[in-house]
Write a protein that binds this ligand. Sequence first.
Ligand code: NAP
Length: 287
Amino acid sequence: MKIAWIGIGVMGESMVKHLINKGHELFVYNRTESKCDNVLALGANKLKKIEDAPLMADLIFTMVGYPKDVEEVYLGENGLIKNAKSGQIFVDMTTSSPILAEKINKEFLKKEAYTLDSPVTGGDIGAKNGSLTVFVGGDKSIFENKVKNVMTAFSRTIEYFGPAGKGQYAKLGNQIAIASTMISLAESYMFAKETGLDLEKFLETISTGSAGSFSMTSYGPRVLKKDFKPGFFTHHFIKDMKLALEECERSGITLPGLELSYTIYNELSDEIKYNEGTQSIVKYYEK
Ligand code: NAP
């Protein structure tokens, strides 16, 4: 099947590789062109412009950075909407704003085109292993009949949550859970370090008990190796927590754990936020 994909970053590159391995014909675009090199070498075709995507395929995925990027890619002057046609399907896998997902859905429906908001969790490892979890919002029958099967190339769990925006709400709820498990990793690590425990043995042991979590098993070993390379960029996580806090404010919800995590991450330097992964939270405690 012909598929277009916008956004070949940490996540997009691995997800596209799985689609190519399944035999799909890929048309790819990334703002920084060189990031497409690895997937082009595997047989993907290069798109010169974002607006060309709907000319080449009827199923178009996007995996960019921020809501402002999603808005530009979908609704911008030279965005996907320019050439969107009746019956085409656009799937945004970026972690973005639920309100924006609703707006994009409405605008594309005017062209009789469908959009799904389908953010993921599972990290860079989940993308590499093809074991991501996907949260889906949008038209249910389009999702079930036209998209779900394609998503199995890079996902282990795919759940439908309701109309446009609901995929993003589910993802923000997921990020709220992670906000506290990252604090749990950093604080238990610091306690073990300061009290002279064998850190490797400690993290390995608690990972198998009640304190275990994805944060512990995925990021704990990276902290031990002082590997702060981004699996999940710190600035993206701050973006997610900010989106969740905005939704809390709109809905009159108070979540002190989320607020604390947001404050801690914001104390990190810009150097860390834009170049390192979320495991760098330990640097807040080490300073
Ligand atoms: P990333 O490495 O920064 O990839 C994003 C890609 O999108 C970049 O290559 C970027 O191009 C491109 N892009 C951004 N804005 C664009 C625009 N306006 N037009 C065209 N291309 C644009 O980030 P990532 O880690 O793959 O994450 C992507 C999304 O998934 C984020 O929303 C993130 O929060 C979410 N997410 C990430 C993880 C994870 O563990 N990494 C897990 C779950 C969800 P440039 O190269 O030019 O910047």
